[in-house]
Design a protein around this ligand. Structure first.
Ligand code: PLP
Length: 455
């Protein structure tokens, strides 16, 4: 089929996620036809370096036969059975065991879901159930962060702090509050007219958690949920002072920590879980995406022993679950994916080689006239676009500089996403050094072109 035929038929029937339906029907979609390694191909014959690993999920990259074979073998053996009502099947058993072997030692249980959003719905129900079982049902508030992302179901979007999402389909789930995000470039440097050092700003953001807990009453607060590094919000790495201070606040008030590992998990930051990079011991860790390298949909919640023991010993039946919780083919693919990540030493390579290499190459973009900051951690990076490098003044919003840069990237063969005027990357973890060089050069080219058009 030709591109324009795909576009016409797609526009006629397909409502896309996070899309202006009318604009897309008018303009037509890009049609991606196949992929291999870190590259995708479109229906016009262009090869594009996928700097976003799909949606932060293709950790092993495209075209891995082993994952196709794992899916095929399982579909032939047992394409579906559920894990409700005291049944199980071999792939779910093996995947649960493997995940608990990879997780920090205080985590020995997992609840499977079909996606990251379902994982966060599960989190909300679990933390409230936990405190109810402890005889403290009033401890039901969950605190999240502005501009955090935890999914698109009603609970996921309510836990997240994306204002445009809250503005549609509300009211949100009650009993959820938000505090400021530890986004130094976006907020900290502009604070109180004079700006704050990153470390002071990290402390101030943790103090905002303390303030919110006291405002709600510590006796009413169940949990704090956050991504170790905010992904969809703009690849925001918190200042080093942030997590230790947050940990201290949560310990002071006996509040559960939920670390959303949907993006950070499975090697993105150079550890199996982003929490390990920051020395966190979360009570719950929602997971998805890199769990199966996106080959089939699967998510879950890793549940620490404190919560698991209460749910198991005191909870009776937990009235919660999904038809596809632990789906056999998805579980078989996830297991094979974890085995490959491990056997090929990919997580260690991100930490010891590719992460530092990207950091060095990415930092070279900080010199560009329209880049106010270039930051990265592991294989996640961001560039802040600015109109005035000296002051860090942003471009006028009407110019939509980020979207322009994103489109120019795509045309020149790179997927780089824009969040406002923050450009972000999270390539497959199998990327090679020379492909990192290519990514950085393509990004530089798009920055040059963006600057030429806007300045
Ligand atoms: N949590 C985080 C941190 C995410 O980035 C996402 C998706 O981007 C989700 C949850 C939701 O996952 P899903 O899209 O699989 O429902």
């Amino acid at each position: 089929m030709l591109t324009h035929e795909y576009q016409a038929r797609d526009g006629a029937h397909h409502l896309h996620p996070f899309t202006d339906f009318k604009a897309l029907a008018d303009q037509g979609s890009r049609v991606i036809t196949h992929g291999e390694g870190v590259y995708i191909h479109d229906s016009e014959g262009y090869r594009i370096l996928d700097g976003m690993a799909g949606l932060w999920c293709m950790n092993l990259g495209y075209g891995r036969r082993e994952l196709v074979e794992a899916a095929t073998a399982q579909l032939e053996q047992l394409p579906y059975y559920n894990t409700f009502f005291k049944t199980t099947h071999p792939p779910a058993v093996r995947l649960a065991e493997k995940l608990c072997a990879l997780a920090p030692p205080h985590i020995q249980h997992v609840f499977f879901t079909g996606s990251g959003s379902e994982a966060n719905d599960t989190v909300l129900r679990m933390v409230r159930r936990y405190w109810a079982l402890k005889g403290r049902p009033e401890k039901h508030w969950v605190i999240g962060r502005e501009n955090g992302y935890h999914g698109s179901t009603l609970a996921g979007m309510s836990l997240g702090g994306m204002a445009p999402m809250h503005g549609q389909g509300g009211p949100c789930v009650p009993g959820i509050a938000h505090i400021r995000q530890p986004y130094w470039f976006g907020e900290g440097r502009l604070d109180e007219a004079h700006g704050m050092s990153p470390e002071a700003f990290g402390q101030a953001c943790a103090a905002a958690l303390d303030d919110k807990i006291r405002e709600l009453g510590a006796e009413n607060v169940a949990a704090f949920i956050a991504e170790p590094v905010q992904g969809a919000g703009g690849a925001i790495m918190p200042p080093e002072s942030y997590w230790p201070a947050v940990k201290a606040v949560l310990a002071k008030y006996d509040i559960l920590l939920v670390a959303d590992e949907v993006i950070c998990g499975f090697g993105r930051l150079g550890e199996w879980f982003g929490s390990q990079h920051y020395g966190l011991e979360p009570d719950l860790m929602p997971i998805a995406k890199g769990l199966s390298s996106g080959y089939l949909p699967i998510g879950g919640v890793l549940v620490g022993e404190r919560v698991a023991e209460t749910l198991i010993e005191e909870g009776g039946e937990f009235f919660h679950g999904f038809t596809y919780s632990g789906h056999p083919a998805c579980a078989a693919v996830a297991l094979r994916n974890l085995e490959l990540l491990e056997a090929e030493g990919i997580v260690d390579r991100v930490r010891d080689d590719l992460g530092p290499y990207l950091a060095e190459r990415w930092a070279s973009l900080a010199d560009h006239p329209i880049v106010g900051e270039a930051r990265s951690l592991g294989l996640m990076g961001a560039l802040e676009l600015v109109a005035d490098k000296a002051t860090g003044q942003r471009f006028d919003k009407s110019l939509a500089a980020g979207n322009l840069c994103r489109d120019l990237c795509f045309t020149s063969g790179l997927v780089m996403r824009s969040v406002g005027d923050t450009m972000i990357i999270a390539p497959p973890l199998v990327i090679r050094r020379e492909e990192i060089d290519e990514l950085v050069e393509l990004a530089r080219h798009a920055l040059d072109e963006t600057a030429r058009r806007l300045t």
